[in-house]
Design a protein around this ligand. Structure first.
Ligand code: AMP
Length: 280
C-alpha cells in the first residue's frame, strides 16, 4: 500500500491506473476508521481493480465551536486497517496541501445544504461538497463509496455529481451498527459509559417510526411518537427529527411511497445522527 501526502503524487498514480484501464474505487474518510468504513472499503475492493482511501479531517466542514482539534486521529491503526483490507493507496494530505493559501472557491449544493444538519451546522455541507469535489479531482475515481449513515451528505454528493456532470459513480452503502443498534461513528468515542448505554435508543426510536409508517396516518403523528421516544433518552436534546423525500430532503406532506426518517440528537455533549427508510 502506498501512503501519499502529496496531491500531485496521488493524481499521477491514479492517472497511471486509468491509462491501464484499471477501475478505481475511492472511499473518502476523516479517519478513526471502524467497521462502517471497513464495509465501504470492502465493497470498493470487490467492485474495482484498485482502491484508494483518503484520511483528511477537513477543517472546512467544522464550525468554530465544533470538535476539529479533538477529533480522533489514530493514524497508525487506520493505516494498518487499510493495509489489511487490501487498499492500494492511502491519501493523507495536510490541510495546506488541500487548501493552499488564498483559496477562494467553494461549492454549494443549494437547498439540500441548508436543511436538517445544515440548519444546525451552517456552512458544514459547503465544506463537505468543496472537499469531496477537490478529492474527486485529485483521485479521479471510477466509483466513490459513501455511507447512508450520513444520509444528507450522500444525497448532497449525488446531487453535486449530477449537477456538475462529474464522471464518477456514487455508491451508497447501508449503515453498519453495533449489536445493540447504535450506528458506528468515530464520535461514539466521546460518549461516557452511561451515554453509550442509552445511545441505542436513537435507533430504537427510528425503528418505531418505521413500524408506524403505514399506521400513523400523517407525518406529524408519526413524528410526535418518535419525538416522544427520543425525549425518553436521559440527557438528550433533539436537534431535529424529520420525515423527508429522500432525494429533495424536503418535508413529506403525506406518508406515501418511499420516505426517509432522519434525526440528530445531542446525548450529553455528543451529537449523534441516524436515519431509516420508511415504506408507506
Ligand atoms: P467519516 O470518516 O465520518 O467522514 O465517514 C466517512 C464515510 O464513512 C462516510 O461516507 C460515512 O457515511 C461512512 N460511514 C461512517 N459511519 C458509517 C457507518 N456506521 N456505516 C456505514 N458507513 C459509515
Amino acid at each position: 500500500m502506498k501512503v501519499i501526502g502529496r496531491r500531485a503524487e496521488m493524481a499521477a498514480l491514479s492517472d497511471a491506473w486509468r491509462r491501464r484501464g484499471l477501475a478505481l474505487g475511492f472511499v473518502p474518510t476523516m479517519g478513526a476508521l471502524h467497521e462502517g468504513h471497513a464495509a465501504l472499503i470492502r465493497r470498493a475492493r470487490r467492485q474495482n481493480k484498485r482502491v484508494a482511501v483518503s484520511i483528511f479531517v477537513n477543517p472546512a466542514q467544522f464550525g468554530p465551536k465544533e470538535d476539529l482539534s479533538r477529533y480522533p486521529r489514530p493514524f497508525a491503526a487506520d493505516r494498518r486497517l487499510c493495509e489489511r483490507l487490501g487498499v492500494d493507496a492511502l491519501y493523507h494530505p495536510s490541510a495546506r496541501e488541500v487548501y493552499p493559501k488564498g483559496v477562494r472557491t467553494t461549492v454549494e449544493v443549494q437547498g439540500l445544504s441548508d436543511l436538517l444538519c445544515g440548519a444546525v451546522r451552517p456552512g458544514h455541507f459547503k465544506g463537505v461538497a468543496t472537499v469531496v469535489l477537490k478529492l474527486f479531482v485529485t483521485v479521479r475515481p471510477s466509483r466513490a463509496y459513501f455511507g447512508e449513515k450520513d444520509f444528507q451528505q450522500l444525497q448532497i454528493v449525488r446531487r453535486m455529481v449530477r449537477d456538475l456532470d462529474l464522471p464518477v459513480e456514487i455508491v451508497g452503502c447501508p449503515t453498519v451498527r453495533d449489536g445493540d443498534g447504535l450506528a458506528l461513528s468515530s464520535r461514539n468515542a466521546y460518549l461516557s459509559p452511561f451515554e453509550r448505554a442509552v445511545a441505542p435508543k436513537l435507533h430504537q426510536a427510528l425503528r418505531l417510526g418505521a413500524r408506524l409508517a403505514r399506521k400513523a396516518g400523517t407525518p406529524l403523528r408519526l413524528l410526535r411518537e418518535v419525538r416522544r421516544e427520543l425525549l425518553m433518552i436521559p440527557g438528550a436534546t433533539i436537534d431535529y427529527v424529520s420525515v423527508v423525500d429522500p432525494a429533495s430532503l424536503e418535508d413529506a406532506r403525506r406518508l406515501k411511497g418511499r420516505l426517509r426518517l432522519l434525526t440528530a440528537v445531542r446525548v450529553g455533549k455528543t451529537r449523534l445522527i441516524d436515519n431509516i427508510a420508511l415504506s408507506c
